[in-house]
Design a protein around this ligand. Structure first.
Ligand code: ADP
Ligand code: MG
Length: 918
């Protein structure tokens, strides 16, 4: 028979069998049995054992109570759920009452230490409709998600036409930390299993997804009779998913339900669709490497090379999260984008407005999560203080916006509620944490509390004065009043003076040097003081809880205000980056031109150390260009050797389009962009080993998808399609793909390839233009001019690139010889290609020379001495906001090397021969 204590543990554990149970005993959270083994292994803690029952020795691993969040965070990051079981009865005799107060799961976290400050943390749920008998695919799917750390809650639904790609795209965008599904869907043989695998799935009982149950639960939760006001009345699967979310949150951390006070129904058709791979390929919010190795719930990936890192000049975590969200939600609708661009324009032009807002937002902090902490009932006085001081800036922000012109700024101006009452209440009620009074509430807030504090301090004062009083009364000069934990207050008299002790002294303890006494009055006063302390503590807690509850009722208002501040922060960031990097406002149109003049790649530009980024142009579907050839160009075939800059060019066009469609300025002299509905990008070889697909298979799967789904409003960017197989195959496939994309009014397409033979196609396909990356040769080295010019390249420069990469000289020499043999065996290359009208001006000879010099000074082949100006330029163009410590170190190293070289001192770089010896 287990003891009652063991029984209690086992009962609770049985109810939370899917979680690790952290069981509070004294100053520790203990894990027992199998949990102990798991925790000891995962956290590298010592596994011990303790008797838990008459003759049961069970494994045990424990962590100190104060450190539970740190350890639990690590367990949750590894995909575990941790149930926190606390003592819920006051300490006393007999078995303590215990209960699980919350379960920490990857998607339901509010502890500030467990969340990344700069990204949202989503719990999502998928509700799958009935499957089609023929295909086995669901007829509709509902998705809901919540971020309990701020109180966001939304749902949507797709019908069969958009499935599964729209859903996959949305999941890639949200990257939920935890995804609730039915147990059937969580199984490995579910048709959706392969693409659900990257997510942390939590199977829930089927009835959690029942639309009717869900409707009832949601109506009760919101206190309404119908869900019509939330826009999802008829969307049964969206309702089912939202209902599953509330049921789950209620189970793992019921108080958080109060935060989900509103539900938004949305439609992903308003957004430009990009699938998960495209986000990664374009490195919009996550660098490619990190996204490959880490799952969606990895803490936060290193920054530095992403578009987000380049644009993120926000001043608050809530602004940073909003900017991330904005980049992930490019819009299709022009009016909304123009409204955003109006704001950025105004902030770009109004220097003083920009500066004033900047000063007000500096150090504002994460008011959004602070407001949520209040609604959770978890905020400590320090957090309330921070919230109040942040709200204190709202009136000045409103004043700064008084003359704003842009409609969206006017809206912010009109709707920014400074919540002065909330701020006043906090300031009136909460004690300044810096004063460290031990109380949470300030004097003057509650008469009752003040009276208690007063009487407690009176008593203490009486005790403090007692020593003097008793010395006077007894004439014992050495008499002392002291305190210890066992006896409380006492009067100590040394041995020689014992004879003078008055009769009302009661002996308590004998010590080496004398005796300790108490008096009846001292005992009484002591009891009073203790009682007062207890009552003060209890009243302080009660009043504080009441205060939090009152503040929590203002959460909706607070949310609107902090959302407005976050919005200002992210607009300001877009404007500041636009100014600093000389971005311009794109012209958006509802037809389909793509005309970008003198553009730069935002990320590469920001990361080039000292080298100038060479601007290029892109012109697709420009009617003015149609006169000569009949049809405007819809597709562009870009040839050029490896390393010439093709991928950069392609990604760049996609990124500029994306930037325009989130309402940002763009890194170009001028841009006219016909809004796109989808961006398809197949850039670089990316294996999908998790799904067992080879590079080539992966490439073909993606290409198939693009060919099926690209519309005439889409932008398609294809980099080196057909590279993953033999050249004959690859060429054939690439040609067929291009022909298909150029048939009819196809999508705007950019196609890069090192198969320069493909340029021939431009002669037969009227809307395809052939372009090449310009390359100069000097002393047997290729010098990449990074310039796009009409025509086709006739050379792969593979050997030159190999040489630049440090391939041993004898190998490159042999390769060159082989190449000559082969070339001489081939018939002469095709005659001049039919060229398009020259819409790209050939660089003038002077420009050419400059470019060659610029590039040559950077190329690994020639080490021209670096002069001061170049070093200064290198330093001046470093983007300090985006650079990681490691990159900074590398940069410093390269600058030092260049400085050493320019001084003629030996550098640390290894020569080719040294490398060969390794
Ligand atoms: P490709 O795809 O042709 O092999 P990439 O696009 O990968 O070439 O470019 C190789 C490198 O050249 C990039 O890493 C980048 O640093 C540099 N680069 C590309 N385009 C430019 C440019 N317009 N100006 C300056 N540097 C560039
Ligand atoms: Mg490339």
């Amino acid at each position: 028979m287990p003891t009652p204590a063991r029984r209690q543990y086992l009962d609770i554990k049985a109810r939370y069998s899917d979680a690790l149970l952290a069981y509070n005993i004294g100053d520790f959270y203990e894990f027992f049995d199998h949990d102990a083994e798991t925790v000891a292994r995962e956290l590298r803690l010592t596994l011990t054992a303790r008797t838990f029952g008459p003759d049961e020795l069970v494994p045990l691993a424990g962590v100190p109570t104060h450190a539970i969040e740190v350890y639990a965070a690590r367990l949750v990051a590894r995909g575990y759920r941790v149930a926190i079981c606390d003592q819920v009865s006051p300490p006393g005799r007999g078995l303590m009452q215990r209960a699980v107060t919350r379960v920490l799961t990857p998607g339901v976290l509010v502890e500030p230490g467990m969340l990344s400050p700069t990204r949202d943390s989503y719990l999502a749920a998928l509700a799958i409709g009935r499957r089609d008998a023929a295909t086995g695919l669901p007829r509709a799917i509902g998705l809901a998600w919540a971020d309990v750390s701020v109180g966001a809650f939304a749902c949507t639904e797709w019908s069969a036409d958009d499935l599964p790609h729209a859903l996959q795209a949305e999941l890639a965008r949200l990257a939920p930390a935890e995804l609730l599904v039915t147990s059937a869907l969580a199984r490995d043989d579910a048709p959706e299993a392969p693409w659900l695998r990257p997510y942390s799935l939590s199977p829930c009982p089927d009835d959690a997804f029942d639309p009717e149950n869900a409707r009832i639960r949601l109506c009760r939760h919101f206190g309404v009779a119908t869900l019509a006001a939330y826009g999802c009345e008829r969307r049964l699967l969206a309702i089912a998913a939202a209902g599953a979310i509330t049921q789950y949150v209620e189970r793992v951390n019921a108080p958080l339900l109060a935060l989900l006070s509103d539900l938004r129904t949305y439609d992903t058709r308003g957004y430009v669709e990009l699938d998960g791979r495209v986000w990664r390929a374009l490195e919009v919010v996550e660098p490619r490497r990190a996204a490959e190795t880490a799952g969606p719930h990895a803490p936060s990936a290193p920054t530095g090379v992403t578009l987000l890192a380049t644009l993120d000049a926000t001043r608050t975590p809530m602004g940073a999260r909003l900017l991330r969200r904005t980049l992930l939600h490019p819009l299709r609708e022009r009016a909304t984008l123009e409204a955003r661009l109006d704001v950025v324009s105004e902030l770009v032009e109004q220097i003083s407005l920009r500066q004033r807002l900047g000063a007000l937002l500096d150090g504002l902090g994460d008011l959004e999560r602070l407001a949520a902490r209040v609604a959770q009932g978890a905020a400590v006085p320090r957090e309330l203080f921070a919230l109040a001081s942040g709200l204190g800036r709202a009136p000045a922000v409103i004043a700064a916006l008084a003359d704003a012109k842009a409609a969206a700024l006017r809206e912010t101006y009109a709707s920014l509620d400074p919540c002065a009452d909330v701020r006043e209440l906090i300031e009136r009620a909460v004690a300044d944490p810096a004063e460290a009074t031990g109380r949470r509430l300030r004097a003057g807030y509650s008469d009752e509390l003040d009276a208690l504090v007063h009487s407690a301090s009176e008593t203490r004062r009486w005790i403090a004065a007692l020593e003097g009083v008793e010395r006077e009364r007894t004439g014992i000069r050495s008499l002392k009043v002291g305190y210890n934990k066992v006896f409380g207050y006492y009067i100590e008299v040394t041995r020689p003076n014992l004879a003078r002790v008055p009769v009302d002294y009661q002996r308590r303890q004998t010590i080496a040097t004398g005796e300790r006494f108490v008096t009846a009055e001292l005992k009484e006063r002591e009891a009073q003081a203790l009682q007062a302390d207890e009552r003060i503590e209890a009243l302080d807690s009660d009043l504080y809880a009441t205060l939090l509850a009152e503040l929590a009722r203002q959460h909706q208002r607070l949310r609107r205000t902090v959302a407005a501040l976050a919005q200002l922060d992210h607009w300001l960031a877009l404007a500041e980056v636009a100014v600093a990097r000389r971005y311009t406002r794109p012209e958006l149109t509802d037809d389909t031109p793509l005309e970008i003049v003198a553009w730069r790649h935002p990320v590469v530009e920001a990361s080039l150390d000292g080298t100038e980024f060479i601007p290029n142009d892109t012109r697709l579907d420009d009617p003015s260009d149609a006169s000569a050839s009949g049809a405007p160009l819809r597709a562009m075939l870009l040839t050029g050797p490896n390393m010439a800059g093709k991928s950069t060019y392609l990604r760049q066009v996609a990124l500029i389009t994306l930037m325009a469609q989130v309402g940002s300025f763009v890194p170009a002299q001028r841009a006219r962009i016909g809004l796109v509905d989808r961006i398809f990008a197949r850039v670089g070889a990316e294996d999908d080993l998790a799904r067992g697909l080879s590079t080539f298979m992966q490439e073909m799967v993606e290409t198939a998808f693009i060919l099926r789904h690209a519309s005439e409003r889409s932008l398609v960017v294809l980099d080196e399609v057909g590279r993953g197989t033999s050249s004959a195959d690859g060429l054939a496939i690439a040609q067929a793909v291009i022909e298909r994309l150029c048939a009819g009014a196809g999508a705007r397409t950019l196609f890069a390839t090192h198969y320069h033979e493909l340029a021939r196609l431009a002669a037969t396909l009227p809307n395809l233009g052939a372009f090449r990356m310009d390359v100069a040769e000097r002393d047997g080295s290729a010098i990449f001019l990074r310039r796009v010019v009409p025509g086709a390249s006739d050379h792969s420069y593979g050997v030159q690139v190999a040489r630049m990469a440090g391939v041993p000289a004898d190998v490159t020499a042999r390769a060159e010889a082989l190449l000559c043999e082969r070339l001489s065996a081939l018939p002469s290359p095709p005659a001049t290609l039919a060229e398009r009208p020259a819409i790209y001006a050939e660089p003038t000879a002077r420009e050419h020379g400059r470019v060659i010099d610029d590039v040559a000074s950077n190329a690994a082949t020639s080490r021209a001495p670096t002069d001061e100006r170049e070093l200064a330029l290198a330093l001046a163009t470093v983007n300090l906001v985006a650079v990681t410590p490691l990159e900074a170190l590398n940069l410093l190293f390269s600058l030092q090397q260049r400085a050493l070289a320019s001084l003629g001192m030996p550098t640390a770089s290894r020569t080719h021969t040294e490398r060969e010896r390794e």
